[in-house]
Design a protein around this ligand. Structure first.
Ligand code: DC
Length: 232
């Protein structure tokens, strides 16, 4: 058995990370980890309890009494919040904004670190988020940074929300995205940035299939290199 192979994908909201990460994991028969879902699940609980995103003490206590589990199944990754399956309840825009806001707190990030690393112990993995290549999996075998023009990202996010029957308009989706971009890039703990050694893909003009193809080429190249290094 070859040792597990780790693929980290980072990038801003709406770049299409989830679509390509899922497809890549399927092509390679790897596990898939959507780390945004963890922050979203915690945000849902904060919302239910009326905890403001600026209340650091309340967020600390929230982390201490919250259990988030991830289930890998045929239908993809499912998220359990204190035992409740919240996978389909965490996708809307209010939760996106709240997840981005609470993710700026160091204790929140620390609390979710072990859940993420535990998944990597189960086998080869495609993990997507904002700090995969910089903080959570700096040792990843391949790091990708997926980006696209802000207008294109807003459009993709709008279509995704429309598809799940959310009542949205393109302007507000664009504004939400800009707000999240600012929050995710400017926070002091684990901000979104291009990890050293990342393969950067601007997918503004590429289809998801084209992005996956480019990623598969790069992964194949690194796998061959790794095999060669082990044989030498
Ligand atoms: O990937 P996403 O849009 O589902 O993530 C929602 C928010 O969670 C995102 O705006 C910032 C935060 N997040 C993070 O800080 N670090 C990650 N690794 C993943 C998500």
């Amino acid at each position: 058995m070859p040792p597990p192979f780790l693929i980290a994908i980072d990038g801003p909201a709406g770049a299409g990370k989830s679509t390509v990460a899922k497809a890549l994991a399927r092509c390679l028969s790897f596990l898939y980890l959507d780390t945004g879902a963890l922050y979203r699940a915690l945000a849902l609980k904060a919302q239910r309890e009326g905890i403001p995103s600026a209340d650091a003490a309340a967020l600390d206590s929230l982390c201490e009494r919250t259990k988030i589990d991830l289930l890998q199944g045929d239908a993809g990754m499912r998220v359990l919040l204190d035992g409740e399956d919240v996978t389909s309840k965490i996708r809307g825009e209010p939760i996106s904004i709240l997840a981005s806001a609470i993710s700026a707190h160091g204790p929140v990030r620390k609390a979710l670190l072990s859940v993420q690393r535990r998944v990597a112990e189960q086998g080869s993995l495609v993990a997507e988020g904002r700090d995969m290549g910089t903080v959570v999996f700096p040792e990843a075998d391949v790091k990708f940074y997926l980006d696209a023009a802000p207008e294109e990202r807003a459009l993709r996010r709008y279509r995704e929300l429309e598809h799940s029957h959310e009542n949205v308009n393109l302007d507000s989706v664009h504004q939400d995205l800009q707000k999240r971009d600012r929050q995710d890039r400017l926070r002091s703990v684990a901000p979104l940035r291009i990890a050293e050694g990342s393969h950067v893909i601007d997918c503004s003009l590429l289809t998801a299939e084209e992005v996956v193809e480019e990623m598969l080429c790069e992964v194949g190249r690194r796998q061959r290199n790794r095999r060669k290094c082990r044989e030498d």
